[in-house]
Structures are given as C-alpha cells and as structure tokens.
Write a protein that binds this ligand. Structure first.
Ligand code: HEC
Ligand code: HEC
Length: 367
C-alpha cells in the first residue's frame, strides 16, 4: 500500500501523521489541552474519552470475517476444522496445521521458527492463525491475498508438510471414506466436491471464525472498567506515542506494510516485501502484525529473534518512532497489551474426531 513511499527518511513524520487521522489529533487529548493551558495533566486518563478515541482507531472485533463470494456454512467450518487438525495432509502424516499453529496455544508453537518435515525449519516465525483473516493479506510479506489461498501453501511446502503434489493430496482425501460425505455437505453444488481448491476453501472458512475477544473489546463496547488504571495509562501511551499509526484497526495491526527500522536502521537479513513486489522501497518492509494475544505469541518479529515483550516495545519505540520510553511507560504499554489476550470459542476450536483411513489410504513417508 503505502510502503513504497515510506522509509526514504525525509518526511516520515508527515507520512505517519497522514496515515493516522484519528490518533494524532491533540484537540481531544485532555493532557495536551491541559499542558497547553499550563495546568497539571491528570494522572489517570478520562476513561470515557479514551474509549471514544480508541473506538475510532481500532473499531470492533467482528465474530467472523465473511467473504462476498461464498458463505461460511457450518458444514464448511466443520470440515475445515477436521482438515486443520489432520496430520495425514503431511508426507510424514505427523504434521498438521495445528502443529505450528496450536489452537490451544494462541495459534502459535512458541518457537522462533517451526520444525516441519523431518525437523527442517524455515526462516520465519509462525504467526498466529487467530484473527488472521482480518489482515489485508497473509504471511509476513503479504504474498498471499487471503486465508483460502494461504492454506494451499504449507501442505506442498517441502520444509513444512511436504506433500508431493495437489493430486497426491486429493487422492489421499478421496481415500478416506468419511471425507466424502463431509465434502458433499460442504460443497453440495459441485460434481466432484473433493478438490484441492475446496480443501483450501473449507480450511479458510474455519479460519474466518477464529476470533479472540478480549477485555479490550469489552472496554471498546462500553464497559469502562474492563481495563484497570495501568492498562488504561498503557492504552493512552500506546495511542499518544504513535504505535497506532501502524498498529490500528480491529486486529491492532494487519492493515498495512511498513519498514522494520522506519526511523533508525534495523539489521535484518530478510528483504521482506521486496521479494514480492521487487520495489526498492519495499526492502525490509513487512506486514504490520496484529498485536492480539501478543503476550502469548512470542518470540517476536518475522524471524522470532526477540524473546522479551518489554524489549520488543522498546525496540518499536526506538526504531519505528525514534523515541526512548521510560520504564513506567514500557510497563504500562505491556499491561495494555495484556488486555488484548482473548479467548476463542472453546467448542469451536476443540480437536474433532477425524474420519478413519480407508483400505487405500497411503501410509506415512518419512523420506
Ligand atoms: C511447519 C510449520 C507450519 C505448518 C505445518 C503450517 N504453517 Fe502456517 N505458517 C508457518 C510459517 C513459518 C508462516 C509464516 C511464513 C511467512 O510469512 O513467510 C505461516 C503463516 C501462516 C498464516 C499467515 C498468518 C499471518 O498473520 O500472515 C496462516 C493463516 C497460516 N500459516 C495457516 C496455516 C494452515 C491453514 C496450515 C495447514 C494447511 C499451516 N499454516 C501449516 C508455519 C507453518
Ligand atoms: C511505523 C510502523 C510501526 C510503528 C509506529 C510501531 N510498529 Fe510495531 N511493528 C511494526 C512492524 C512492521 C512489525 C513487524 C516487523 C518484523 O517482524 O520484521 C512490528 C512488530 C511489533 C511487535 C511484534 C509482533 C510480533 O508478532 O512479532 C510488537 C509487540 C509491536 N510491534 C509493538 C509496537 C509498539 C508497542 C509500538 C509503539 C511503541 C509499535 N509497535 C510501533 C510496525 C510498527
């Protein structure tokens, strides 16, 4: 989106201000007003007023992210859930989507990079699948447009699930008798419902309801007391420091691409979005990640190189905003980020019974 204009050094302040219409307005900030009038700033921000500002910056978390061209029927999400958990979709028959994106662990595995087929590791950290359907695109570099398209990747990726081909995957699905009825129910209009595309549509449908409402959402919905005083101060610091120029919208991120090291160069070997667009200005540019459940989804950054959330907050302030935060500010931002830890619908994400293999279902291949 804006990424090619950003990162050239000159004019970043103007660009940031332009990106964030709702957040930088000092007119409605009581502390700025108080300071201008020479009065002492209030210690605890005004709850109702801050909630109103926050509503404009973030907006409500939906319970699903619908698509215009197909509906999220229960038959599709139920099938998608089974496929998500089914390790037979990997060559070794030991790795499922859930291995790297554990739904019982906030959609991650807690590793800097994840072990895939025969323990091989890719170069990037596994992001959470929770709330991912809200993002403008998928992957750290946005190379996939949506969760349906994304789901086709890992199954064939040789360092992830390592299936030899789409055909082999479809043959495997067709060899499992129970999947026949599930695909027919999910795609009743198709002559041959079991296809690679329909597999990805079902997984995507399941992911479109993986939302995690949190105390912060209760606050946005009007429960002024859903955040304690420290979290409230953290929210105010998060807004006023400028984190929201990038981490905004209902996912608290996921809406735009930005350079890691926007105002101060940050060393990373990964060229990020440059590999997707070929644009010089996209070197080191990544999708701004969602901060939902961030307290639980470390280690951080695209390469999983940062373990501590406090350090992450300081790095962001220094390299993205050119600011040094005081310890108290870091602590309060961290407390606010804790209020983004949410809860999925437990029955929706519970591991389902998988249909048993049939006589022609191939076995595991560990080569
Ligand atoms: C071996 C580990 C592994 C497996 C198995 C795996 N993934 Fe991933 N997943 C990753 C990694 C690593 C990334 C980030 C790669 C990148 O950005 O280049 C990723 C990215 C994603 C994203 C993008 C999220 C975002 O914020 O951009 C989604 C959605 C996702 N995976 C879903 C799935 C689904 C569905 C499956 C099963 C079909 C699956 N993954 C299997 C490791 C894995
Ligand atoms: C100019 C845009 C920008 C600003 C401003 C910004 N961030 Fe970020 N943030 C990013 C990008 C881009 C990444 C991902 C970089 C990467 O992985 O290489 C990121 C990553 C993060 C992460 C790690 C997320 C993860 O899943 O690994 C945290 C936590 C974070 N930011 C918090 C903050 C806080 C707190 C502030 C304010 C002090 C802030 N950010 C300001 C763009 C920004």
């Amino acid at each position: 989106m804006q990424s090619s204009r950003i990162g050239v050094g000159v004019g970043w302040v103007a660009t940031l201000a332009a990106l964030c219409v709702a957040c930088a307005s000092s007119d409605d900030d009581p502390r700025v007003r108080a300071a201008e009038q020479g009065k002492k700033a209030p210690a605890v921000p005004d709850r109702a007023q801050l909630a109103e500002r926050a509503r404009r910056i973030f907006g409500p978390l939906p319970d699903q992210v619908p698509r215009s061209d197909y509906s999220l029927t229960p038959a599709r999400t139920d099938l998608g859930r089974k496929l998500y958990y089914d390790p037979r979709l990997s060559k070794s028959q030991q790795i499922s989507c859930n291995s790297c994106h554990d739904l019982a662990r906030y959609g991650v595995d807690g590793e800097p990079t994840s072990p895939g087929h025969r323990g091989q590791r890719g170069a990037r950290n596994s992001p959470s699948v929770y709330n991912a359907a809200l993002h403008i695109a998928q992957f750290w570099d946005g190379r996939s447009p949506d969760v349906e398209d994304q789901a086709k990747g890992p199954i064939l990726n040789p360092v992830e699930m390592a299936m030899p081909s789409e055909e082999a995957t479809v043959a495997l699905l067709r060899s499992i008798p129970g999947y026949r009825a599930d695909f027919e129910a999910a795609f009743p209009d198709d002559d041959e419902p079991i296809s690679y595309d329909n597999m990805a549509l079902a997984i995507g449908a399941f992911e479109r309801r993986l939302m995690t409402p949190s105390p912060f959402d209760a606050f946005l919905a009007g429960d002024d007391d859903a955040l304690d005083d420290v979290q409230l101060a953290g929210l105010e610091t998060f807004v006023n420091t400028g984190c929201v120029t990038c981490h905004q919208g209902p996912a608290i991120g996921g809406r735009m691409y930005q350079k890691l090291g926007l105002v101060k160069p940050y060393a990373t070997a990964d060229t990020g979005r440059h590999a997707v667009t070929g644009l010089e200005g996209d070197r080191g540019v990544f999708k701004v990640p969602s901060l939902r459940n961030i307290e639980k989804t470390g280690p951080y950054l695209h390469d999983g190189s940062i373990e501590s959330l406090d350090e992450m907050i300081r790095i962001m302030a220094e390299y993205q905003l050119g600011r040094a935060l005081e310890d108290g500010q870091v602590a309060s931002i961290r407390a606010f980020l804790g209020a983004l830890t949410g809860r999925p619908d437990a029955s929706y994400v519970a591991k389902p019974a998988l249909p048993p293999s049939g006589p022609n279902t191939p076995g595991p291949d560990n080569t």
